[in-house]
Design a binder for this molecule. Structure first.
Ligand code: ADP
Ligand code: MG
Length: 266
């Protein structure tokens, strides 16, 4: 019988919220659990995930480290006027996903923080959608207009409407419901009044829009530093990775583990 990969799309219409960092960490987490993982970078123009993975390949070559690496693919959006080639690329993407679905346990799709046709296509494959957001009141505006004085939620914004359409599309195909997880990223350790208000509004939005707030990843310098070597906070046990395991690493590992677990518990 054919295998059917679980497809995890990492998406937020804003850039810089941690999509590529989280894509890489989840890929490595699942590889370490012996799942067969493929990754697709639909943000080929920035190519952060692709660079992350090639940095990891380089680390392996130079240090003979044998770190696990997902089978990786990259797509770069082409000029929006070139409709013929756009159609060709979309159908190639569909074939790629369907081919990989039969070979892998999961496919992780990293998307761009801008609305182009690849962004729109990528989400349609999702069984699970993970939206990382920064823990700031401004970042909640991707979901809806918010009245901060009354602590009330107003009109749905473009991203929520877009995901609503994706959910309708999934229902029409008689596929199971979209598992939409919103993860707080770059969380600061400082307690503030705004933090309470943020969490209150996030829960309210979750009920109204239909996502699940799960997991939270702290702001840690280590996430930025590891990128250049293609490493993740999950690689400290490898003998070629000469980084000291600190309390911060252990806590970071736990955060990624919790996020990975949130994907399988609906
Ligand atoms: N939890 C975090 N702590 C510190 N820096 C982070 C964290 N998550 C992401 N970053 C950094 O923020 C920047 C943007 O992250 P990235 O994953 O490229 O976002 P996106 O893919 O959404 O554009 C990168 O420099 C990355 O290293
Ligand atoms: Mg990115």
């Amino acid at each position: 019988m054919n295998k059917k990969a679980h497809i995890i799309v990492i998406g937020n219409e804003k850039g810089g919220t941690g999509k590529s960092t989280i894509s890489m960490h989840l890929a490595v987490k699942f590889l370490q659990e012996d799942y067969k993982i493929a990754t697709i970078d639909l943000d080929g123009r920035q190519g952060t995930l692709s660079k992350y993975i090639s940095n990891r390949e380089k680390f392996n070559l130079e240090k003979d480290a044998q770190l696990q690496i997902p089978e990786h693919y990259k797509l770069t959006p082409i000029n929006f006027r070139d409709t013929e080639n756009i159609h060709k690329q979309i159908s190639e993407l569909k074939s790629l996903v369907s081919e990989l679905s039969n070979k892998f346990d999961a496919i992780i799709i990293d998307t761009a923080g801008s609305n182009n046709y690849l962004f729109a296509e990528g989400y349609k494959f999702a069984d699970t959608l993970i939206t990382p957001i920064n823990e700031s009141l401004i970042d909640l505006d991707i979901f809806a207009d918010i009245d901060l004085d009354k602590k009330e939620i107003g009109k749905m914004n473009h991203f929520s409407e877009f995901i609503w359409d994706i959910k309708k599309n999934i229902a029409l195909q008689r596929k199971p419901f979209l598992n939409w997880i919103v993860v707080k990223n770059r969380v600061s350790h400082i307690n503030s009044k705004n933090k309470d208000l943020f969490n209150f509004l996030l829960l309210k939005l979750a009920k109204k829009i239909g996502f699940r707030p799960a997991g939270s990843v702290r702001e840690r310098v280590i996430y930025r530093e590891l990128f250049l070597q293609g490493l993740t906070v999950l690689d400290m046990r490898n003998e070629k990775v000469k980084l000291k395991m600190s309390i911060s690493h252990i806590a970071a590992k736990r955060e990624i583990k919790a996020l990975a677990e949130a994907i399988s518990t609906k």
